[in-house]
Design a protein around this ligand. Structure first.
Ligand SMILES: [Zn+2]
Length: 72
């Protein structure tokens, strides 16, 4: 079985992790940030390291909110 690789991203609009199949157009078009991770577990850790327990955009300090918006 071929393995599908995913691009992991944390979505501050849905408040959860997204996994986009590589090469596909991301199906979520709101406030998500890409995470450098090969597995879902790593993605959760990367998100925790960068954004702590914040789940939604309003959980972030204002300067980080701006960065998320800029990445988009
Ligand atoms: Zn989303």
């Amino acid at each position: 079985m071929p393995t599908t690789s995913f691009t992991y991203a944390w979505c501050f609009d849905h408040g959860r992790l997204h996994a986009f199949p590589a090469g596909d157009e991301p199906w979520c078009s709101v406030a998500w940030v890409p995470l450098a991770a090969a597995t879902e577990e790593q993605a959760v850790e990367a998100k925790q390291a960068a954004y702590g327990d914040a789940r939604f955009l309003h959980d972030l300090p204002e300067d980080k909110q701006l960065k998320v918006v800029e990445i988009r």
